[in-house]
Design a protein around this ligand. Structure first.
Ligand SMILES: NC(=O)c1ccc[n+]([C@@H]2O[C@H](COP(=O)([O-])OP(=O)(O)OC[C@H]3O[C@@H](n4cnc5c(N)ncnc54)[C@H](OP(=O)(O)O)[C@@H]3O)[C@@H](O)[C@H]2O)c1
Length: 297
């Protein structure tokens, strides 16, 4: 092949990738605007069944990460309201304590506890896991007790990315939003894999996305998006609705490894986004994650 032919091939491949990326972003933005906003929530809520949310869950122990703000806070409050014993995992003691006392006072449930842990640190996570297992408390939400379930909050943003083994964004021009979308895709694929791997252990694995909710995190990380969609975003409670719904439903109503949105199973890929086959990479991603975290399996 001559160098001219080769460069034409490379340009065509680059053009195809550019068009595909542009399509994924446009499809995500359009689909998101129609479905992920408050208007989407109100429309979807017409088919919600109020009785789905009436269950009380005293005696269930739930670990909620990122629980002092936004969707995590709303989830913790919603589960505490329903009588659960809730463990808030927060990286900042003061913010965690403020959330704890607010939840205790709004719900009247005193079974709310704080665990301080920075989830970006593998050693802190390991120390939390060992601290927690010494308590000998069965964990019903996050793992390992009868009827346990793990609910992972992903993002509709994952629609914009296929699964990639490039976990640390090795390209030179770092794009935070793209890396976020890639990480959120990993969560969906991991959930699918865990559901398959632990099928016989009685643990339910589900991922979900909350739509677009007005939270401190969105205001801080996406200020112009937050400004442009002012008044159109969901509340944190609306964002947390499907997390709580997944926590309350009988397991036989739910599909292991599925991705949920607004109390219903949602597609994991947008049409024509050429991302479906990418989930086959998950085993290699799991071994990279295990080696980063110094885990054996
Ligand atoms: N809001 C949306 O529209 C939207 C859309 C799609 C997906 N999501 C997902 O929903 C989840 C919650 O987002 P949010 O919008 O509610 O954000 P948020 O208001 O910023 O809340 C995030 C929470 O996570 C905590 N956190 C962050 N890094 C942590 C770490 N290293 N260790 C321990 N805790 C940590 C934060 O603690 P600090 O207060 O200490 O920072 C905070 O409590 C995220 O997974 C996000 O990707 C949100």
């Amino acid at each position: 092949m001559t160098s001219v032919t080769l460069s034409v091939h490379i340009s065509l491949a680059a053009l195809a990738m550019f068009v595909l990326k542009a399509w994924r972003s446009t499809a995500f933005a359009l689909y998101g605007y129609l479905n992920f906003t408050k208007a989407g929530f109100l429309e979807h809520s017409k088919r919600f069944k109020p009785e789905d949310m009436e269950a009380k869950i005293p005696g269930k122990n739930c670990i909620i990460t990122g629980a002092n703000s936004g969707i995590g806070y709303a989830t913790a409050e919603g589960l505490a309201q329903r009588g659960a014993t809730v463990y808030l995992v927060c990286r900042n003691k003061e913010r965690g304590e403020a959330a704890l006392s607010k939840i205790q006072s709004t719900t009247g449930n005193q079974n709310v506890h704080l665990e301080v842990c920075d989830l970006s640190s593998v050693s802190e996570i390991k120390s939390l896991a060992s601290r927690f297992s010494k308590k000998d408390v069965p964990v019903h939400m996050l793992k390992a007790a009868p009827d346990a379930r793990v609910i992972t909050v992903s993002s509709g943003g994952m629609y914009a990315s296929p699964l990639t083994t490039d976990l640390m964004y090795s390209e030179s021009n770092f794009k935070g939003v793209e890396q976020y979308s890639r990480n959120k895709r990993v969560q969906v694929a991991l959930t699918e894999k865990w559901a398959e791997k632990y099928m016989n252990k009685g643990i339910g694995f589900y991922s979900m996305h909350p739509g677009w909710a007005e939270t401190p995190g969105v205001a801080r990380s996406l200020p112009s998006f937050n400004e442009k969609l002012k008044g159109k975003l969901r509340t944190s409670e609306e964002g947390a609705d499907t997390v709580i719904w997944l926590a309350l439903q009988a397991k036989d109503k739910l599909v292991p490894g599925a991705f949920y949105f607004d109390r219903a199973e949602a597609p994991k890929h947008l049409k024509f986004a050429a991302a479906t086959g990418s989930h086959a990479l998950i085993d290699s991603i799991i071994s990279s994650l295990n080696s980063m975290a110094s885990l054996s399996a």
